[in-house]
Design a protein around this ligand. Structure first.
Ligand code: UGA
Length: 448
């Protein structure tokens, strides 16, 4: 099938190489010339496992081509819109970029009577597809345009594999014909296909991310209770919760993946969970429903990074001039994404307290941290270098490198604050002079 993808960001580029890999002829379009020229050279403008290899392959085989002009959608039967929908200051989503792309596309469609399907893949609140996007094509564009909302469920770090092995394909449309065409496009991916209303599809994306956020904040709430309850450890408490057979699949033999979100840490971050949670809260309030639970989930998350800073304060008695390494500033391991990262929130608080901060993250390059370099932060190039001369190190991401911290500590006296509970108990006692961790009670680290 001939497909166009508008927007070569994270979702757009993965959608483009993913469909090219199934033999479709894909045209990827972006208005950012600098981004396009990088992609043209086979370079992916963000870190994501496996994407660069496929990008080079399909550019060479010519079933993926690039353009900066919307006019180039002309040949396509299906046009995906994958532009960003960032948050506004009040948490609601900002549709400006999406609506500009939609209007520009409708103008292009005016020029011919060809029938096409437009698929919205940008995350939008319920009603957007039907009430805002459809009317633009109906009034200004070509009446032969059918509209679909098709949410993405791609995790950074495993996005390509998630695209190629989806757990569900959701097709929100009022058009039986569009439902059929998009189902056919996804048939080679062997996943359950749900055809539903656009609003159900839109809300299902928010409901999915809000559930993940809720599991994390629930775990962090249990961790807070453990910190004040002698002889407990959140890892043990939630470890027992995980054994409930209802969290298992295949007759209880395999733990369901979702259990990994039932883990205490320094809070959720990234470009999706925080933004989608705020947008869902704002949407609920706009329809006069007070989302008490969702607001509590956001509240717990806001304070979680601060709890780690409090642990440092308790361990050292103050922050001024203390040498502190923050390990892992991307929002999780396997990515270089700094958006809404709990690690950087911790760095900001430490700097406010006049601490001397060193940062190390295996995937984040020094250039991304220029703003912090300008403030005097040291950017270390290895874990060994980061912890060489510091009083405390705070682990804020689950990057696998940090599990081997004990290798570098033999004779060292270092306070470790494990914000991700990644160190196993047998090791943690051996390696650190003092070990503090989320969800681990210690008379000295009771936090209010
Ligand atoms: C999330 C969802 O997982 C995807 O299904 C969704 O499509 C995507 O948002 C989106 O809206 O586009 P992502 O933000 O890449 O994907 O990250 P996750 O891996 O889910 O991580 C989100 C937060 O959960 C992070 O803070 C991470 O540290 C935490 N997390 C992640 C866990 O606590 N446990 C895990 O097993 C994985």
């Amino acid at each position: 099938m001939k497909i166009s993808i508008i927007g070569c960001g994270f979702v757009g580029l993965i959608t483009a190489v993913g469909f090219a890999s199934k033999g479709n002829l894909v045209k990827a379009i972006d208005i950012d010339q600098a981004r396009l020229s990088e992609i043209r050279k086979g370079r992916v403008p963000f870190y994501e496992e496996g994407v660069e290899k496929l990008l080079k392959t399909y550019l060479n085989q010519e079933n993926l081509s690039l353009s900066s002009s919307l006019e180039d959608v002309d040949e396509s039967e299906v046009v995906f819109i994958c532009v960003q929908t960032p948050p506004q200051l009040n948490g609601a989503i900002d549709l400006k970029i999406l609506m500009t792309a939609v209007k520009d596309l409708a103008d292009v469609f005016k020029k011919s009577a060809k029938s096409r399907i437009v698929v919205i893949r940008s995350t939008v609140i319920p009603g957007t597809t039907e009430n805002m996007i459809m009317p633009i094509f109906q009034q200004n564009g070509n009446l032969n345009t059918e509209i679909v909302f098709n949410p993405e469920f791609l995790r950074e770090g495993s996005a390509l594999s998630d695209f190629l092995n989806p757990d569900r394909i959701v097709i929100g449309t009022n058009s039986a014909k569009a439902g059929k065409v998009i189902s056919k496009l996804y048939t080679p991916f062997n996943a359950p296909i749900i055809i539903t209303t656009p609003s159900t599809a839109e809300l299902s994306k928010y409901a999915s991310n809000a559930l993940l956020a809720t599991l994390i904040s629930y775990s962090n709430e249990i961790a807070k209770i453990c910190e004040r309850t002698p002889n407990t450890d959140v890892e043990d408490v939630l470890g027992i919760v995980h054994l409930d057979r209802r969290f298992k699949i295949l007759n209880g033999e395999i733990k369901a993946d979702i259990v990994s979100y039932l883990k205490a840490g320094c809070g959720f971050g990234g470009s999706c969970l925080p933004k989608d949670l705020s947008a869902l809260i704002a949407y609920a309030q706009s329809i006069k429903e007070e989302p008490f639970l969702l607001k509590a989930v956001a509240h717990v998350n806001k304070y979680q990074p601060k709890r780690l800073v409090k642990m440092v304060l308790i361990a050292l008695g103050g922050l001024e001039n203390k040498k502190i390494a923050v390990l892992g500033v991307a929002f999780k391991g396997g990515t270089d994404d700094l958006r809404d990262s709990p690690g950087l929130k911790i760095v900001d608080e430490l700097l406010e307290g006049k601490a001397k901060v060193t940062i190390f993250d295996p995937l984040v390059v020094s250039l991304q941290l220029q703003r912090y370099k300008d403030k005097g932060v040291i950017i270390a190039s290895s874990l060994k270098e980061a912890i060489e001369d510091v009083d405390v190190c705070i682990i804020t991401s689950n990057a696998s490198e940090f599990r081997s911290i004990n290798k570098y500590l033999r004779n060292k006296k270092l306070i470790i604050i494990d914000g991700r509970r990644i160190l196993k108990s047998s090791k943690k006692i051996k390696i650190a002079k003092t070990y503090y961790a989320i969800g681990l009670p210690k008379e000295r680290i009771y936090i209010s």
